[in-house]
Design a protein around this ligand. Structure first.
Ligand code: BDR
Ligand code: CA
Length: 362
C-alpha cells in the first residue's frame, strides 16, 4: 500500500493486527511476555516518534529511557524525552540522565535536521516529571544486573551511555540480551561521505559496543533512507485526534516544513522509529550477517562502519594491519559475524505499523 493510501481504518487495523494484541490503554507496557528494553535516545524528531511508538507497543516492557547528547545538547534531549513520556501518559517509566559529551570528542549536533529544539521547532510545555537520581550508565548496569540475559538496549543516538556502562563493568556485556541500534551504514554516510550521524558523533563508543560480543541488530542508513514521512501520514495522525497522534503530527508538520526550507524534497526519514519497529516485527526488513567494525582514527573517515563478509565480492576478510585488534584475530581465523544488518525494508508495512499505532485511541 502506498503511504498516501493509508486510511485511518487501515492504519488502526494494522496496529492491532500485527501481533494480534488488543491495544487497550491498560495494555500498554503490560503485555503478557513483554520484552524488557531500555531505550537510549537523543530526541530528535525521529527519536520522539520512536519513543511514542515504543510507549504504544504492548510487546515492550520499557525499563527506562536514557537520553544522551546528540541531535541536540543534553539540556534539550533530556526534557524532550520527559515531554514524550508525559504526552504518552507513561510517567511510570524512569528517565535517567545520560552523557553530556562523547567519550573523547566534542559534541556535534544535528539541529539542521531536527530544529534548534530537537522537535522540528514544535513547542510543548515543559514536562513536570523529573529524571531519576542515578545517571544513565549506572541505571543501565542496575537494570541489566537485575534481569541478566533479559534486557535489550534499543540505541537511537550516539552510544556513549552504553559504552560508559560497559567500560565500568567488564561482566555487563554477557548479561545484555541484545542491542538494536539505529546507527551506521554500509552504503555511505549522512554527515560525511562515509559516516552516519550516531556513529560519527561518538565513534569510540560505537567501537566499544560493536566489539563487546553483545548480539547486535544494526538498522542503518541502508534502510532508514527509505522511510520518508509524508503529508499523508500527518493527515492520518491529525484525523485520529488523540493526545499522542496530535503531538506526533505537530512535530511532523514542523519538521517537514524545516526539511522543505532546507531544500529537501522529501523527509524527514523515520530512522529511529524503523529501528524500534524492527524489534517489534523483524519481518519488516531483510537481513544479512556481517562483522561490523568502526573507523576511529581516520582523519576524514572517522565514524565509518565497515561490514566484513568474507568471500563476498572477492573480500577476503582482510583486517586492519594493526596488531592486536579484535577484528584482526576474528576475521583471520574464522568469520564470526557480530551483527545482523538490515539490507532492505518494506517501507509501506513499516508506516502502517508506525502511523497505525500512533493513531490508535488509548
Ligand atoms: C540518526 O541521526 C539522528 O539525526 C537521527 O535521530 C538518527 O538517530 C540518523 O543518522
Ligand atoms: Ca536519534
Amino acid at each position: 500500500m502506498g503511504a498516501e493510501r493509508i486510511t485511518r481504518r487501515a492504519a488502526i487495523s494494522s496496529a492491532t493486527g500485527l501481533a494480534g494484541l488488543a491495544l487497550s490503554g491498560a495494555a500498554f507496557g503490560q503485555g503478557a511476555g513483554a520484552r524488557r528494553v531500555i531505550i537510549d535516545t537523543d530526541p530528535g524528531v525521529d527519536d520522539a516518534f520512536a519513543l511514542l511508538l515504543a510507549m504504544r507497543s504492548p510487546e515492550l516492557k520499557i525499563e527506562g529511557i536514557t537520553p544522551v547528547a546528540g541531535n541536540v545538547p543534553l539540556e534539550l534531549s533530556l526534557p524532550n524525552a520527559l515531554r514524550m513520556v508525559e504526552i504518552a501518559g507513561r510517567t511510570d517509566i524512569p528517565v535517567a540522565v545520560g552523557a553530556k559529551t562523547p567519550l573523547q570528542r566534542r559534541l556535534i549536533t544535528a539541529t539542521y535536521a531536527h530544529g534548534e529544539n530537537g522537535l522540528g521547532g514544535a513547542v510543548f510545555p515543559a514536562a513536570k516529571v523529573k529524571p531519576i537520581a542515578d545517571p544513565a550508565s549506572v541505571f543501565i548496569r542496575q537494570i541489566v544486573r537485575k534481569y541478566p540475559g533479559q534486557v535489550t538496549l534499543i540505541m537511537l543516538g550516539p552510544q556513549t551511555n552504553l559504552a560508559t556502562a560497559l567500560a565500568s563493568d567488564p561482566d555487563l556485556a554477557r548479561m545484555i540480551k541484545s542491542v538494536v541500534m539505529m546507527g551506521g551504514s554500509l552504503s555511505g554516510g549522512n554527515v560525511t561521505p562515509s559516516a552516519e550521524f550516531n556513529i560519527y558523533v561518538d565513534p569510540e563508543a560505537a567501537r566499544i559496543v560493536f566489539q563487546s560480543g553483545i548480539p547486535i541488530t544494526m538498522v542503518g542508513l541502508d534502510v532508514t533512507r527509505k522511510t520518508a514521512l509524508t503529508d499523508a501520514h500527518v493527515k492520518v495522525l491529525e484525523a485520529a485526534n488523540t493526545r499522542v497522534s496530535m503531538a506526533a503530527a505537530k512535530i511532523a508538520r514542523n519538521d517537514i516544513d524545516l526539511n522543505r526550507k532546507a531544500g529537501n524534497q522529501s523527509g524527514p526519514n523515520m530512522h529511529d522509529s524503523l529501528a524500534l519497529a524492527s524489534f517489534l516485527d523483524p519481518t519488516l526488513l531483510k537481513w544479512k550477517q556481517y562483522y561490523v567494525d568502526v573507523e576511529t582514527t581516520g582523519e576524514l573517515t572517522a565514524g565509518e562502519t565497515l561490514g566484513y563478509r568474507p568471500n563476498e565480492a572477492g573480500l577476503r576478510g582482510s583486517a586492519p594491519t594493526l596488531a592486536g585488534t579484535k577484528t584482526s584475530t576474528m576475521l583471520r581465523d574464522k568469520f564470526v559475524p557480530n551483527a545482523n544488518v538490515a539490507i532492505d525494508v518494506d517501507s509501506a508495512r513499516f508506516f502502517n505499523l508506525l502511523i497505525g499505532r500512533l493513531a490508535t485511541k488509548a
